[in-house]
Design a protein around this ligand. Structure first.
Ligand code: ATP
Ligand code: MG
Length: 357
């Protein structure tokens, strides 16, 4: 059992508010990703959970016990830091065994636990090597092994694979997910990679400027972003400045049914745009076509020059300068201070009498 409960956590560094009054409960065995741009407070929050930083306000409880004043070594947590430096003069075995030696465990037990964890991260037989004799990915796995060997109830990972190439990063994060689920560890994983967060999380916490923007399951955050920031930050999104009037939103010459009045943001996923016959308010000029193999992305230009990304899996060929028609299948309108409004073309056909087809 390891449930983490953050209540009213805030952190200021002098005049900088790194975190603003945060409440969050992380369930036993859950993997939560902290996702947000640089400087949004991800590391600060993680360090507070691990006991490496004291909150300015609020409390942290683990399994109902207040640990706010406990140092890291007295918490059931282990942390893999953003810069994961191993001790270069120590072998892989020495690096991993370090935390156990500090706890004065018997030699035989230390050996057994290190072997087990080396096996877990796929580095059986590497114990005698020095860090300099390992690849970057292997070094990061040693850093991971070093945190796992103390059998933490809670694993805290601060962008552990940020410096690796995409392929290796994907493999290692799958491995972490695997180990975390197999051992039933509660984990908090910091990343600014949205794909990474979507791929491995039970839930995602989106942070911006030290505030929680949204907390939810990956699919939920992707499909139902609560703010324009989340909509633009998670997944590819066309975000257009527009104006609401007369049952329509007009943005960069594009017109779609929408309620309300005044300035608004129009958010459209590239995959929610279909190609159609060109029509008034729904024509795009092709800038470029990018063929990803499995799908095609068209980088288009709207009436005022704004980019519009269109993703289609159709075997389509268009060239620069072509005028193409579009049909938007679903869109979201964000207005200041209001809940976002979501629309689907199949439900707004007779929207306020105006036909959308
Ligand atoms: N020790 C410190 N002293 C002063 N300001 C700090 C300190 N640590 C962090 N900050 C500030 O707090 C804010 C949050 O920093 P934090 O390291 O948590 O961001 P982050 O989301 O982890 O960013 P990154 O993605 O770049 O690692 C930043 O504005 C940062 O400059
Ligand atoms: Mg950080």
């Amino acid at each position: 059992m390891a449930q983490v409960q953050l209540s009213g956590i805030a952190k200021t560094f002098g005049k900088v508010t790194a975190l603003d009054a945060m409440d969050l409960t992380i369930d036993d065995g859950e993997l939560v990703c902290l996702l947000g741009p640089s400087g949004s407070g991800k590391s600060t929050l993680l360090r507070i959970i691990g006991g490496f930083e004291m909150p300015s306000e609020g409390t942290i409880a683990i399994d109902g016990v207040d640990v706010t004043d406990l140092p890291p070594e007295r918490r059931p947590t282990a942390m893999v830091f953003q810069s994961h430096a191993l001790w270069s003069h120590m072998t892989v075995f020495g690096n991993i065994a370090f935390g156990l030696k500090l706890r004065h465990l018997p030699k035989a037990e230390i050996r057994e636990r290190v072997e087990k964890v080396l096996d877990l991260v796929g580095l059986t037989g590497y114990g005698a090597r020095l860090p300099s004799q390992l690849s970057g990915g292997q070094q990061q796995r040693v850093a991971l092994a070093r945190s796992l060997v103390v059998e933490p109830k809670i694993l805290l990972l601060d962008e552990p694979f940020a410096s690796l190439d995409q392929h290796l990063r994907e493999r290692l994060r799958e491995e972490v997910r695997d180990i975390q689920q197999r051992l039933g560890i509660t984990a908090v994983f910091v990343t600014h990679g949205q794909d990474e967060a979507l791929a491995i999380s039970d839930r995602i916490v989106v942070l911006a400027d030290g505030r929680m923007q949204q907390v939810g399951r990956p699919g939920e955050i992707y499909a139902e972003p609560k703010t324009a920031f989340v909509a633009g930050f998670i997944g590819a999104m066309n975000m257009l400045e527009g104006t609401l009037a007369d049952g329509e939103i007009t943005a960069s010459g594009l017109k779609l049914p929408a309620e309300g009045s005044g300035p608004a943001k129009l958010a459209i996923r590239p995959e929610d745009i279909e190609l159609a016959e060109p029509a008034e308010g729904r024509t795009v000029t092709v800038r470029r076509m990018i063929d990803f193999g499995a799908h095609v992305v068209i980088d288009g230009k709207l009436a005022d020059g704004t980019h519009l990304r269109i993703q289609t899996d159709k075997a389509i060929r268009v060239s620069q300068g072509d005028q193409i028609g579009i049909r938007v299948e679903s869109w979201t309108v964000f207005t200041e201070g209001d809940e976002p409004r979501r629309y689907r073309s199949d439900t707004v056909r007779s929207f306020r009498g105006a036909r959308y087809a």
